[in-house]
Design a protein around this ligand. Structure first.
Ligand code: 5GP
Length: 175
């Protein structure tokens, strides 16, 4: 599959991703019984993950979005900019931040700091993917889809320079 100007190959099939999301959805359903949960998807990358994950959660939850940017091309810039912040309405609620992928951890560090200022009752993190060999942070990923190698991936919400977010499988750069 050519995305923009690079060749990618299938890394995780859609069915593998869905099986894992089903398990995460069941865990979240158990953990948040009787609670006031709001899941906050981090745009743009988490839109497909959140959209599928929330359908495996058997509770009437609240959904919201925030927008952050750190990647340019296939490299993390190290700087994380807030484009749309967290809503004040999360005060006193149990928040689950929903991220597409944790790489260096700069993004989840920044957004956890930002969200704590809004005084939620609790904060947990759900991430579809983690690159454990790159992650430098100490913040635990409470609901993790899958660990992957340190390779650039695209599809299932993740882009390469804006392209490929719609692909239902996850692809890896074919080097
Ligand atoms: P971090 O701040 O943890 O270094 O990077 C997190 C953000 O970088 C993710 O939310 C995602 O947008 C982007 N990112 C990290 N690794 C990849 C990757 O392999 N592919 C794509 N498309 N984006 C990535």
């Amino acid at each position: 599959m050519i995305v923009k100007d690079k060749r990618f190959k299938v890394y995780l099939e859609a069915s593998t991703i869905q099986q894992r999301l089903k398990v995460l959805g069941q865990q979240i359903t158990q953990d948040y019984q009787g609670k006031n949960v709001v899941m906050v998807g981090i745009l743009n990358g988490a839109f497909m993950f959140l959209s599928d994950l929330c359908r495996y959660i058997d509770l009437p939850i609240e959904l919201s979005f925030a927008k952050y940017k750190s990647y340019q091309g296939t490299e993390s810039t190290g700087k994380v900019a807030e484009l749309i912040g967290f809503d004040d309405s999360i005060r006193g609620k149990d928040v689950v931040i929903v991220e597409d992928i944790v790489d260096t951890g700069n993004t989840i560090k920044k957004l956890t700091e930002d969200i704590v200022r809004k005084e939620p009752a609790s904060v947990k993190i759900a991430a579809l993917l983690l690159k454990p060999s790159v992650y430098k942070g100490s913040i635990p990923i409470d609901y993790l889809g899958l660990e992957i190698e340190n390779r650039f991936v695209v599809g299932y919400g993740l882009d390469y320079d804006g392209f490929g977010r719609n692909l239902k499988d996850l692809y890896v750069l074919d080097e």
